[in-house]
Design a protein around this ligand. Structure first.
Ligand SMILES: *Cc1c(COP(=O)(O)O)cnc(C)c1O
Length: 400
């Protein structure tokens, strides 16, 4: 028997759950793209985009997913032959570095593995070793969605400052924006990339490149920048089509407006607190299950370095795959695959899976998720310790 009929829940780390308000705002005929409401609404997104990143800097909007934002940011910070330094704490750090390499940029990758955060001392050492100060930018992932590590981005700024290195600091906040605390200006971040389909609760298709005055000046000294990715016309469009270098993403603009109305209404502090509590509920449930299963563990041991938006865990192959299949087919819950977690014993990473808990997620959804996983563990005879639902409920009770 299947118990999956009813509203399904896509609990993967992006795309995230889309609020009804966003869906309804997008469900409309195509608007005029030359004048009127659409232009005003587009302008109104800019202060909200800056609010969620805590910045007074600039933001360019692209019709692209996160990979597009990566390429956009790279195209405005470096050119073929330049050198950048990339800190990798999971699949996404490597992805950004590979994209740079394919643009002819020399990406030096410092590998921190898939269970640990960036060590700012190691970054500082690498920067000090760059005696000619050839490194133009340092790329870090705030939350690496594959490992679910949360990095201390500000510590990397302090490392740059400690050795008086002029490189730009660029951060990938695609998985963390509006979920985990991020303060672009206070933390000294020069360039930041984000996308619509995670904490911002809108379907994939829009991405954002934020930058400050330093990055703007550095960009002006590049010998050339691709017309499409160039951020300059997008931040001060003389004509509306320059915002997007062509036709506007009409329906996404209505969706973003509705999402930002919700974000403003709740307030960033309350949003961060909600993500914190729901993440803690999930961690405490996993710890209970793990007490009865030697192979089950949260991927990141240090709480301070865990994402509040996504949780990666191991359960031992092939249980991860089987559990994901069971909860989807029998209960209407879709969990994230293990990404970048393959090992010689588990070549496909089937022992891993991820919970996405970003954006439009509340306590009953997370309790449903935990209860459903518990049912799957029982149905599949996967060893697990008791008390997960109660432990999670206590975290929620404690916070309210
Ligand atoms: C999702 C994600 C990306 C890639 O975004 P796409 O929209 O899939 O291209 C990059 N970096 C991080 C940290 C992400 O979470």
């Amino acid at each position: 028997m299947s118990l999956s009929n009813g509203r399904s829940y896509l609990a993967i780390p992006g795309p995230s759950v889309i609020p009804d308000q966003v869906l309804q705002a997008m469900h409309r005929p195509s608007p005029n793209i030359y004048e009127g409401e659409l232009i005003k609404i587009t302008d109104s997104l800019i202060p909200d985009l800056k609010y969620v990143a805590q910045t007074d800097g600039y933001v360019a909007i692209y019709i692209a997913n996160g990979h597009g934002a990566w390429e956009a940011a790279l195209s405005n910070m470096a050119e073929a032959g330049d050198t950048i330094l990339v800190a990798a704490t999971g699949r996404f750090g490597h992805g950004w570095a590979e994209m740079a390499s394919n643009l002819g940029i020399k990406a030096k990758v410092i590998e921190f593995g898939t269970h640990f955060p960036i060590d700012a001392n190691v970054m500082e050492k690498a920067l000090r070793a760059d005696i000619d100060q050839k490194i133009k930018a340092v790329l870090v992932t705030h939350v690496d969605t594959s490992s679910s590590v949360r990095n201390d981005v500000h510590a990397v700024r302090l490392a740059l400052d400690a050795c008086h290195h002029p490189a730009l600091l660029a951060a990938d906040c695609i998985a963390s924006l509006a979920c985990d605390i991020f303060e672009m200006d206070n933390w000294g971040v020069d360039i930041m990339v984000a996308a619509s389909q995670k904490g911002l609760m809108v379907p994939p298709g829009l991405s954002f490149v934020y930058f400050n005055e330093r990055a703007k000046i550095a960009q002006a000294s590049l010998s050339r920048v691709s017309s499409y990715w160039n951020w300059t016309p997008r931040i001060a469009p003389e004509f509306y089509y320059e915002y997007f270098c062509g036709t506007a993403p009409t329906h996404h603009i209505y969706g973003m407006r509705a999402a930002f109305d919700m974000i403003r209404n709740e307030g960033l502090d309350a949003i961060f607190a909600r993500h914190e509590t729901l993440a803690r509920a999930i961690w405490s449930a996993v710890e209970c299950w793990a007490s009865g299963n030697g192979k089950m563990r949260l991927n990141i041991q240090d709480e301070d370095h865990r994402s509040r938006a996504v949780t990666a865990l191991s359960i031992g192959a092939p249980h991860g795959l089987n559990l994901r299949r069971w909860v989807e087919q029998k209960a209407g819950l879709t969990l994230g695959i293990g990404l970048g977690m393959s090992s010689p014993e588990d070549p496909k990473g089937d022992g891993f899976f991820r919970f996405g808990h970003m954006g439009h997620v509340n306590a009953q959804m997370i309790m449903g998720l935990i209860g459903t996983v518990e049912a799957g563990l029982c149905a599949l005879n996967i060893p697990h310790g008791p008390g997960a639902c109660e432990a999670a409920a206590k975290q929620i009770a404690l916070a309210t």
